[in-house]
Write a protein that binds this ligand. Sequence first.
Ligand SMILES: [Fe+2]
Length: 277
Amino acid sequence: MRIFKGQPRSVTPASVEPRPCGEVFTDVHCHCLPDLDDGPADRAEAVALCRALVADGIRTVVATPHQLGRYAGRYGGCRIRRAVAELSTTLAEAGVPLTVLAGADVRIDERIPDLLESGDVLAVGEARRYLLLELPHEVFVDPHTLLARLAEKGIVAVITHPERHPFLARNPAYVQRWAEYRPCLQITAASFGGGFGRLSQEAAWAFLHAPLPILAATDAHGATSRPPRMTQAYTLLRQRWGRAAARRICVENPQRVVQGQDLAMSAPRGVPGEVRR
Ligand SMILES: [Fe+2]
């Protein structure tokens, strides 16, 4: 599968200029901290991204720089928390109405349970019940064993962007094997509109049938490169699945992750459809 590094392709007018939809969103996955990972290079770019988040209807964002994988050893939890505090001060001074919380986009690694305990790796916000877990794209690594070890510690995984994973996108039914640990599937908001290509788009919709909680997050990296698409995702979901499902995926489950509450299921029954490519 081709991984789009640049700006997702626009497929509807809503993706060009976010239109108010009357909802206030929480974004649990965003690379908005300056000069840490492949997000904004500096403070000005970070503020521009945060303004784009606000324009997209987002009022709370979890800053989730990459941890482990190729970012292993570069920065720990303390550095991320300090960067969040600094960005919050900058946003307050700039009049950008956005609450920033600390988190991380953590590459799968057997050391994660210990690193969570030491504070080197961050779960989401102050509740710290949910952990964003990223699988490598080059090869499929089944997280089942790690999900079990995290569950022993009361931690629930949020599997980031499975619709962009070459194996999972073609085999969306595979995620049923993890159901006993009830991990959440985080679909990239832009994927619903085709921003990461057709395979990811079809998989994004197929995952809505999974017997697991679903939420949408931006995984935004910049105001113009990998921008947020939450309003677009909400609008498309409302058109195809109705307002209640759109709210559950874009509004309620993201809020519950931040608050450390149980998540609502997106589909009462059914399995992900097969995606052929
Ligand atoms: Fe990410």
